[in-house]
Design a protein around this ligand. Structure first.
Ligand code: MG
Length: 277
């Protein structure tokens, strides 16, 4: 009896190992569509959400990657390469300790461990984020080094490997995901450090109604990719999602899209003048 149990135990272990290997294996070479034609038309635009026919912005070669950009004196430093003490994680709706890897001065997404969000809340402000997509690259379209800068945990500036690799225009690096492609594609190669500098005006709500939409100005690797662009609503895939009322400050977040994107040197300067009369 005991021998049988031992044999069964080894068998179960072997099966578990096999399943783990398969699920690990299945994360390689993942593919996703490069666009859609069955999605709704974006409000105020002629294009559909993730429109397969939407032209891709022209490619601009940015300056070579450089050293991390040090934070100004009034910035809140959220990640300086050492630890995730400013962050929490949300996994399947539950708040958990961050599971992302920290090494060599960067943090790296550990797939399915959950998105990171800050304990502190932010709204209007200047956001600086540095990121690198995996090298060698893996997968296609939206599986190719996907993550995202989630302003107020709702409005996504897409993080993706968009160097010589196609996806839908409103989902490539620098896009306001599902809404606006970047003005140009200023992507660096996979593995190279890239920068986002974002001036964000948070939306305003009164009595549960939107009184002013959000706006973003974004520089990707020092190149302007959005100039005071109005945000249509919350980030969504394949649909248009309206604004949903929230506070003037909310946690800042980084997306876990199950690919090992790296981040370093993240800081925010709180808005000081946007609402000044
Ligand atoms: Mg994303």
């Amino acid at each position: 009896m005991r021998k049988v149990a031992v044999v069964l135990g080894i068998g179960a272990l072997a099966i578990a190992g096999y399943v783990a290997a398969q699920s690990k294996q299945s994360k390689k070479g993942r593919t996703s569509p490069v666009g859609y034609s069955d999605t709704p038309v974006l409000p105020g635009q002629t294009w559909k959400v993730h429109d397969i026919g939407r032209p891709h912005p022209p490619v601009v070669t940015p300056a070579p990657a450089g050293a991390p950009v040090p934070p100004p004196s009034d910035a809140v430093v959220l990640f300086d390469g050492k630890d995730l003490s400013k962050w929490q994680a949300r996994n399947k709706g539950r708040v958990v300790a961050p599971g992302w890897k920290v090494e060599h001065g960067y943090m790296e997404v550990v797939g399915d461990s959950g998105e990171l969000f800050t304990g502190e809340k932010f709204g209007d402000g200047q956001y600086h984020v540095e990121w690198a997509s995996p090298n060698p690259p893996d997968g296609t379209s939206q599986w190719r080094g996907n993550s995202g800068v989630l302003l107020m945990n709702r409005y996504e500036i897409q993080v993706l490997d968009s160097y010589n690799t196609p996806t839908y225009a409103d989902g490539q690096a620098g896009a306001i995901y599902g809404q606006w492609p970047p003005l140009v594609n200023a992507s660096r190669k996979p593995g190279e450090w890239q920068t986002y500098d974002i001036a964000f005006e948070a939306p305003r709500f009164e009595g549960g109604k939107l009184t002013k939409p959000g706006y973003v100005t974004v520089f990707h690797n020092g190149v302007l990719v959005h100039h005071h662009r109005e945000i249509i609503g919350q980030m969504a895939h394949r649909v248009v999602r309206a604004y949903e009322p929230h506070e003037t400050e909310e946690p800042f977040a980084l997306q876990d899209h199950d690919t090992p994107v790296r981040y370093r040197n993240i800081w925010i300067r709180r808005g000081r003048t946007y609402d000044r009369k």
